[in-house]
Design a protein around this ligand. Sequence first.
Ligand code: CU1
Length: 363
Amino acid sequence: MITRRSTIVGAALSAAFIARPCLAQVPDLPRKKVDLVAPPLVHPHEQATSNGPMILEFRLLVEEKERVIDEIGTRLQAMTFNGSIPGPMMVVHQGDFVEVTLASAATNTMPHNIDFHAATGASGGGDLTLIEPGEEAVIRWKATRTGVFVYHCIPGGSMIPWHIASGMAGAVMVLPRDGLKDGAGKPLHYDRVYYLGENDFYVPRDANGKFKTYASPGEAFSDTIELMHKLVPTHVVFNGRVGALTGRNAMPAKVGETVLIVHSQPDRDSRPHLIGGHGDYVWETGKFSNPPETGLETWLIRGGSAGAALYTFLEPGIYAYVNHNMIEAVELGATAHFKVEGAWNDDLMTQVMAPGPVNAAAH
Ligand code: CU1
């Protein structure tokens, strides 16, 4: 039952508290508390389950905190779910109930809430979860549709794009109860799953072109929203900062392992490409009720959505996973790495001749 705050989009920043929401009757189902983990990792879960529907309990703490977002020390007045950008991924099965406690750190300065694209009604839950610093709210929604879906903060007006562009987005994966399938109904499994949240950031510069710093989110707001109106990000990154998933932070895998890559972007379109690899099975729109496309080179993540790609690594080495707008990948930060160990397969590729001077006599 809705007793607190109505439609969020366009609402005033801080609606008056009316009453504590009445909690609906609790379904008579088993409960399980799930401890969330920071991306790119995903909490342990079954891919297919023989269990009946459950109530899965999650807790998300909203924290406003300054974060360094690149290798030159640029600082963002970030807003986070559980301290990470993106927020952690939650995995459930179709028919489960997702019960989320959304809490706001007492040190925060603004109202926050959460809109689950996978949920139905009340602005995806945003209308029922708008909390002030030091408050918490609990929402429960039924996972009726399968796929990977974005969640994000949606506090009203200009706060919506600002909070999202400050880091407040994550993803939910609703698996079919009998697991993933290819287009012919054959079961598909993954050995590892990684969650990559792509974000565009807008950090204002001073008169000398240097990135500015601010003491609080509120102090950063007017400069930041002015820059956001130009729609030209200063950073496009995976998992909160340039290099969050490259070099020694590369995601490990082994030759022969099948990896599920979940990729979300709450704002802008992205074009993921695995350099030297492919998308064996790709749910480009992220919804498992549709058959996956196969053998892709590059696919599209629409702004405001998540997609999923399954790939079995066949050669060892470092694989760059990029937004194949290479300007965004190389200049703005949208690059991640997989570090794959195992034996090289000469049949798939071999170096016939190492680079060297042109041998004119041979031509
Ligand atoms: Cu927020």
